[in-house]
Design a protein around this ligand. Structure first.
Ligand code: SF4
Ligand code: SF4
Ligand code: FES
Length: 361
């Protein structure tokens, strides 16, 4: 098939940048990565990009196609070529570009290391001196987070990192949840304290782009929501983001309304709110401040209170109360029907369903 690509070429040592178009012959099953290989082999050997496994495992080939992050080895070109589209390929966002499609991953790995991505068991070694065993049900809450291949596609599209490059970001925070949710790790509160600071959990703008672009179904935004819920559950709630979230709950439970006028002092504290009085008056003059006297209790407040009681009765405080994205649920909807399909014994990681097999009830 005939494939046409436009590729942003960039050379950091000179700052030169150019959009170059390439036309090539490729087999119908070719991926974007195969096409880049053809460009490099037959058209322009100076093209720079990263790759290794070619099968969505190593996380090396993250880049942008038409402005959205993809894994090149997971992007089929057939439909694109058939539609006559000429996609624009560029380096990932939110990381410095070194050359063409290669970005400097150092800031990414610095944040990754800041999460202390290793178990801190805090107790004696297992009696047999081997492994800390864990069952599959205990692993399920962090199954998604464990799937991350550190490709950076989520980081590339993160809104919050765009405005604050110091924000820990979706990949690092998802990794944090992988350890916060692991029952073998005994540094949960310490981790939550660290992740709740400036540039941490509460800086996420909830744009959900990371969930949308993650090729492995990690759903980093869900992981961040779980971290926030765990922080509040364990009393790690000094950050304004945590206080903001808590007031939403209190306000809905007590009156059924979101009492926005009280939201600011409840979130920022009285002293800081007073400092913002001039700003608030300016907003009020422009009609952007809600009435300070909303109806005190909503007519159907009982429904709101019943919902609160239901969640409490179910014991769904913390991470277990976070509703997972649909993609995540689909990713978890695999398993075994019985011992005959559990080749490594009870509690072992089940294999995914194959096409035509039924999902577990
Ligand atoms: S949801 Fe949060 S972490 Fe994810 S991309 Fe948006 S701002 Fe970044
Ligand atoms: S969370 Fe997903 S998109 Fe982000 S680095 Fe991990 S695998 Fe890649
Ligand atoms: S080459 Fe390894 S994930 Fe694409």
């Amino acid at each position: 098939m005939k494939v046409a690509l436009k590729i942003w070429r960039y050379e950091s040592s000179t700052g030169q940048k150019a959009l170059k178009e390439y036309e090539l012959d490729a087999p119908e099953e070719a991926t974007l990565l195969d096409c880049l290989d053809i460009v490099k082999d037959r058209h322009d050997g100076t093209l720079a990009y990263r790759k290794s496994c070619r099968m969505m495992i190593c996380g090396s080939c993250g880049m942008r196609m038409d402005g959205a992050a993809v894994l090149a080895c997971n992007t089929r070109m057939y439909e694109i070529a058939q539609a006559g589209r000429v996609p624009v390929i560029s380096a990932m966002g939110n990381l410095p570009v070194v050359k063409d499609l290669v970005v400097d991953m150092e800031p990414f790995w610095t944040k990754f290391k800041a999460m202390k991505p290793y178990l801190q068991p805090g107790f004696a070694e297992p009696p047999d001196g081997k492994e800390y065993l864990i069952t599959q049900p205990e692993m399920n809450p962090i199954h998604k987070e464990s799937l991350c291949i550190n490709c950076g596609c989520c980081v590339s599209e993160c809104n919050a990192m765009d405005s604050d490059p110091e924000f820990l970001g979706p990949q690092a925070l998802a990794k944090g949840m992988r350890f916060v949710g692991d029952p073998r790790d005994h540094a949960t509160v310490e981790r939550l304290e660290e992740y709740s600071g400036q540039h941490g959990i509460w800086e996420c703008t909830r744009c959900y782009f990371c969930n949308e672009r993650c090729p492995k179904g990690v759903d980093p935004r869900d992981a961040i929501a779980k971290l926030g819920a765990e922080a509040v559950r364990l009393g790690v709630d000094r950050d304004m983001g945590a206080r903001h979230a808590k007031w939403f709950v209190t306000s809905a439970k007590t009156t059924g309304w979101l009492r926005e006028t009280e939201l600011v002092p409840k979130t920022q504290g009285i002293v800081r709110s007073l400092k913002d009085t001039g700003f608030a008056i300016g907003l009020a003059r422009k009609g952007k401040v809600p009435s300070p006297f909303p109806p005190h209790v909503a007519k159907d407040v009982d429904e709101s209170r019943a919902l609160y009681d239901l969640v409490k009765a179910q014991g769904r405080d913390g991470a277990s109360g976070i509703v997972q994205g649909e993609k995540a649920l689909a990713a978890l909807d695999h398993g075994v029907h019985g011992a005959d399909r559990d080749p490594y014994g009870p509690g072992s990681f089940p294999r995914p369903y194959l096409p035509g097999e039924e999902a577990a009830p």
